[in-house]
Design a protein around this ligand. Sequence first.
Ligand code: NAG
Ligand code: NAG
Ligand code: NAG
Ligand code: NAG
Ligand code: NAG
Ligand code: NAG
Ligand code: NAG
Length: 570
Amino acid sequence: MKAAVRERLFLLLLLTLTVASVPWTERKNVLFIIADDLRTSLGCYGDTVAKSPNVDQLASKSQVFLNAHAQQAVCAPSRTSMLTSRRPDTTRLYDFNSYWRVHSGNYTTLPQHFKSKGYTTMSVGKVFHPGIASNHTDDYPYSWSVPAYHPASFKFEKQKVCKGDDGELHANLLCAVNVSEQPAGTLPDLESADEAVTLLKSRAADGAPFFLAVGFHKPHIPFRIPQEYLSLYPLEDMSLAPDPDVPKLLPPVAYNPWTDVRKREDVQKLNISFPYGPIPKDFQLRIRQHYYAAVSYMDAQVGRLLSALDELGMTNSTMVVFTSDHGWSLGEHGEWAKYSNFDVATRVPLIMFVPGVTAVRNWSRGSTFPFIDILSQSEYSFENAKVVRNMVELVDLFPTVSSMADLGAPKSCPRVSLQVELCTEGKSLAPTFRHAEKGKNAELLAFSQYPRPADAPQVNSDLPDLKDIKVMGYSLRTWDYRYTLWMGFDPQTFQVNLTDVHAGELYMMEDDPGQDTNVYSDFERSLATRKTDGLSRVASLQERMKLQLLRLTAGMKTRTRAKHDRLGRV
Ligand SMILES: *[C@@H]1O[C@H](CO)[C@@H](O)[C@H](O)[C@H]1NC(C)=O
Ligand SMILES: *[C@@H]1O[C@H](CO)[C@@H](O)[C@H](O)[C@H]1NC(C)=O
Ligand SMILES: *[C@@H]1O[C@H](CO)[C@@H](O)[C@H](O)[C@H]1NC(C)=O
Ligand SMILES: *[C@@H]1O[C@H](CO)[C@@H](O)[C@H](O)[C@H]1NC(C)=O
Ligand SMILES: *[C@@H]1O[C@H](CO)[C@@H](O)[C@H](O)[C@H]1NC(C)=O
Ligand SMILES: *[C@@H]1O[C@H](CO)[C@@H](O)[C@H](O)[C@H]1NC(C)=O
Ligand SMILES: *[C@@H]1O[C@H](CO)[C@@H](O)[C@H](O)[C@H]1NC(C)=O
């Protein structure tokens, strides 16, 4: 037995002994599942291509948030923001290179909060972003009762392990493999699911409450997945993104050149021009095919965890949260990455199963989440139990999960919260579980941001280091609009210069759901003729953007009415 494994087992045993005397029977366990780079390409989100029966089955017993948005569409900043419930301007992490406890503030994380309430907290796979962003320990020991588990086969992820068309092994983007021929004979997410099931079994025997976080690596690139999942998506059935070209009115600062995709050997062979591409159409179809296959593969691992809960008789005492760190553009706007403020990059699945709340049923053993093997069973059908359409944000997750586990929600953060260890910049969504949504609430906004090193696409536009950030794109999503302002930003003071607007974007969702027609300049013109007094009194950027948005909205209503009047006359 390896020393690290032995240490983890010993710590688990120790914990078991120390908390066993407390009566825990009414405590809800938490199984927190996070996918990597998963947009809402799931059956339960209305995607008709995706085959995701296990997540869809979970959704059929859950509350499904249809419009949940990440605060920054890249792994480390999004995960740190979600798990501390602070926005990137408070974690001060926009890249991969700092640890919030020393760089900004000693913020309490979601698992740490559960740990402080007596839960055994465990991390499997990619939950925190590994490396500097979590002090090379996944924030152990603060967040976790035992050191985090990482699948050993992940070290091969970027190596030459993909059989190319020439029969040789390459470090490819498209990497559907025969698992038994892979080094170690397995894949990271298979290993993580195995480990998570083992931990669930040990928890079932023990009975003390747990918070188990499982971070799957897929559908993040490279698409190193078991080859059989490709057959679910025949190439002839695949189609291109509805808007595969770079929009004409897209400000260059908003565009990101997807450099990580370009680095893969199979993509390099295509000699794609920088920064705009495009990727040849037949290869675009194959990327989409592989992404969807990676989703189905990840879905199967989720199914294994859920059916283990069933078999262990823990479904009725375990809250299940399923989400992702951000989305991924599958060719929309000519992009193949996260790294932007478009919905395809910021919008994520957010599904919460709360036993006794989202589902009240006859809990007979093994019947709530039976495993659905999509490779042998093609027919299935589920309807979401309950949906919430209003905008929500990943910073809401901490107070919501905490509330639904009866641990209460942290108080709201003051404007400057660097010294406050436990508070939230989101809000508890617990009230949404108590009653049905009363139509759309236009007041609810989702707020995201993305940094850039320059006004035009550079090699580091996807992911600039903090010191190189010159422009920050702040973006608001409401029911009706996405509104983004790219403004001057000082990486030393973390201050945005509100009068230094480099570019703007405005998309009207009703006419333009894909966010392809930027109408910002039309409204900028109408804005210029309006009074702006009073705005200087509003210190917070959010308030300022909200105000601007409301003013724009007023302008738009007039315009829409005028358009309707015209149409009426025709
Ligand atoms: C940070 O918070 C943890 C947990 O509350 C505490 O143990 C630690 O001492 C704090 N560190 C600092 C530098 O305040
Ligand atoms: C980060 O890790 C280093 C090395 O393990 C350790 O010395 C340091 O105390 C850790 N930082 C915090 C804030 O815990
Ligand atoms: C996968 O590889 C193993 C070992 O080389 C081989 O026996 C098996 O036939 C392969 N499976 C497929 C579907 O190619
Ligand atoms: C790659 O593209 C550039 C221009 O886009 C062209 O000049 C060059 O010859 C191409 N190289 C190959 C190997 O096709
Ligand atoms: C949960 O189900 C198990 C059997 O599957 C049963 O023993 C237990 O009493 C149930 N707990 C609750 C809280 O309903
Ligand atoms: C619960 O389900 C089992 C098996 O499906 C059934 O035999 C039993 O009658 C059900 N109990 C109730 C209270 O509905
Ligand atoms: C903010 O930007 C404006 C316009 O570019 C500039 O005149 C002003 O000096 C900037 N303020 C700061 C504090 O950098």
